[in-house]
Unconditional design. Structure first.
Length: 131
């Protein structure tokens, strides 16, 4: 599980941390799209939210703070993706930093799984649910 007190040193990471007040695990989040560009900017879009411990009238957990998180990736050096389908639910998404750049790992629940290593990562937030 991601360390709730730390987040990677990437542009936009502090804003993602501030959105939730912690670094999200992306549990039950859905990969909406993957765009790979061999000579330029690639990106991965994920819809996620905060699940509270509150229950609604139907006894479902209340979720809030819906956001679409886009990871912009440059200089992809390694790529392994598998299982992309009509629905791509994550057990977890981790983003770690090493001397060569960043490692974005997709831990599957249903659908896509894999790992992307890139020289640089930038994160942008789009509040709300996907249309």
């Amino acid at each position: 599980m991601a360390d709730q007190a730390k987040f990677p040193d990437a542009p936009g990471a502090a804003e993602l941390f501030a959105w939730f007040g912690f670094w999200p695990t992306f549990h039950d989040g859905e990969v909406l799209s993957v765009h790979l560009n061999r000579a330029g900017l690639s990106h991965l879009r994920v819809h996620t939210w905060e699940r509270t411990n509150e229950l609604d009238s139907r006894r479902y957990y209340v979720v809030r703070k819906h956001v679409i998180v886009t990871f912009f990736l440059e200089g992809i050096s390694e790529l392994e993706l598998d299982g992309f389908s009509h629905q791509n639910v994550l057990a977890e998404l981790t983003l770690t930093q090493d001397p060569g750049g960043y490692n974005l790992k997709l831990w599957p629940c249903y659908g896509i799984s894999g790992e992307i290593k890139a020289r640089s990562v930038r994160i942008e937030l789009e509040p709300g649910k996907p249309s």
